[in-house]
Design a protein around this ligand. Structure first.
Ligand SMILES: NC(=O)c1ccc[n+]([C@@H]2O[C@H](COP(=O)([O-])OP(=O)(O)OC[C@H]3O[C@@H](n4cnc5c(N)ncnc54)[C@H](OP(=O)(O)O)[C@@H]3O)[C@@H](O)[C@H]2O)c1
Length: 423
């Protein structure tokens, strides 16, 4: 990382064409163009291929919108799906010929739209990634996640956070925890707020319940584990290595199960009768390991799902009578196969969940400000390494959450004043 980047003196320059990544202009001076990592249809594929650096126009700011100078950007699966063009091409959703991914950021408010009253240039913020119309019944008294125009910023919208600037709706801004570094503040939004809605509101986990958490050391999992503990329930954490097990132990896991101890557990399409039997045997063995953690012959009250095809039949089978399976993703495949008899005979419920609304994000962010929930930033990448960070995520080589430095010149800086002084 270059810790001695030049700072331009722009007093005499009304509208600079652009400035280099890491150069900090005067607060509020908006250049015409910016550096960005851009996905285009012709290079859909794995992150190293799909993400390419380009010079792009700085987006216009609408009345309800805010331009944010990105100091650090968080990495999550949205960028991988966008770059793959699967399961949908997001460029067909927002109808632009480019896509700048990135649904997590910390940064500085750089310009505010005419209707934005609660924020001003210079405010230090983190962003949540839900957009909605702000005018319909769902947005006014209901749940904005039910708005017909609901979109995930940085996925279904073109100007995400892997760029010097991003444009967001004013309602997406949240106060950045003042003592937290830019990179840590950029790391938690998408996965934490998603896990919050799943655990607190959708599954409504109760004290004393048992919760099985797949991928407990991953982006969603580290927050699900902390939230389950905070709510007085028991966290039964599934991981795939001793190192990952160590991480969830530090977060308070009550039981740690290594899924590698259960070969044959993963569902594969077109399985033979022998494979089916081996899978059911492995699933029952896993069930017994869960009984041991719980201390009696009962399954988890809640299963925290996002793995999808490979684990979903086990999630349905393992959940206790009247259990809830709450799901927000399907990393291993979207076509889910399961034996529905286990669902109806034992009266279980499948609950779909998607990100979170602004009120839930605010509630969740308060817990971060108070230190009751902690970000679990395990690695920080440079701006040049943004495709690499996504590649490692796709290969399941990361733990917790990771972020990338964008405007901030080095690790460890917490606010604009300190950052300008460091350049
Ligand atoms: N709808 C939404 O709002 C929303 C929000 C956030 C994320 N998501 C989705 O949720 C998924 C996970 O996101 P994330 O940020 O937590 O990703 P992540 O940080 O990569 O973590 C995923 C975890 O899944 C586990 N895993 C991977 N393959 C597995 C398999 N075959 N069987 C069992 N476990 C497996 C891994 O843990 P082990 O290898 O240790 O088991 C890994 O730690 C992604 O598909 C993402 O798109 C959806």
């Amino acid at each position: 990382m270059n810790s001695a980047r030049p700072r331009t003196n722009l007093h005499s320059v009304a509208m600079p064409e652009s400035f280099a990544v890491g150069v900090l202009p005067e607060l509020g001076v908006v250049p015409a163009r910016m550096d960005a990592w851009v996905i285009r249809k012709e290079r859909f594929g794995e992150p190293i291929q799909s993400f390419q650096r380009e010079s792009m126009e700085v987006p216009e700011v609408g009345p309800n919108e805010v331009l944010v100078q990105v100091m650090a950007a968080g990495v999550n699966y949205n960028g991988i799906w966008a770059g793959l063009g699967k399961p949908v091409s997001v460029l067909d959703v927002h109808k632009k010929d480019f896509h700048i991914a990135g649904s997590d950021a910390s940064g500085v408010v750089w310009k505010v739209g005419s209707a934005v009253t609660k924020w001003k240039v210079g405010d230090e913020v983190v962003l949540h990634c839900n957009q909605s119309c702000g005018e319909c019944g769902a947005c006014n008294g209901g749940d904005p996640m039910a708005c017909e125009e609901q979109k995930i910023w940085g996925y279904e919208t073109p100007y995400g956070s892997f760029a010097q600037f991003c444009v967001v709706q004013g309602q997406q801004l949240l106060k950045k925890p003042p003592a937290m570094t830019w990179e840590e503040a950029a790391s938690y939004g998408l996965t934490y707020f998603t896990a919050y809605r799943m655990i607190v509101d959708q599954a409504a986990v109760k004290p004393g319940e048992n919760v099985l958490i797949w991928g407990a050391s991953g982006g969603l999992g580290v927050f699900a584990t902390q939230l389950v503990k905070m709510m007085g329930a028991r966290a039964i954490c599934v991981v795939s290595s001793a190192e990952k097990g160590e991480l969830v132990k530090q977060l308070g896991a009550d039981g740690i199960i290594n899924r590698k101890d259960f070969p044959g557990l993963a569902f594969k399409p077109n399985e033979t009768p022998e494979q089916h039997k081996a899978r059911m045997d492995a699933t029952k063995k896993l069930g017994k390991a869960i009984w041991e953690v719980i201390g009696e012959k009962k399954g988890p009250d809640v299963v925290f799902e996002h793995v999808g095809q490979e684990t979903f039949p086990a999630s349905i089978f393992l959940a206790n009578r009247f259990g809830r399976i709450v799901i927000c993703g399907a990393t291993t495949g979207f076509d889910l196969t399961f034996d529905v008899r286990h669902l109806w005979m034992r009266q279980k419920t499948i609950i779909g969940s998607h990100f979170a609304n602004a009120e839930q994000c605010q509630r969740a962010n308060h817990l971060i400000h108070r230190g009751q929930i902690k970000p679990v930033l395990t690695e920080t990448f440079t701006y040049d390494e943004i495709p690499l960070a996504h590649d490692k995520m796709m290969k399941n080589q990361l733990r917790g959450t990771v972020s990338c430095l964008v405007g901030t010149p080095r690790l460890g800086l917490t606010n604009w004043k300190e950052t300008v002084a460091a350049v």
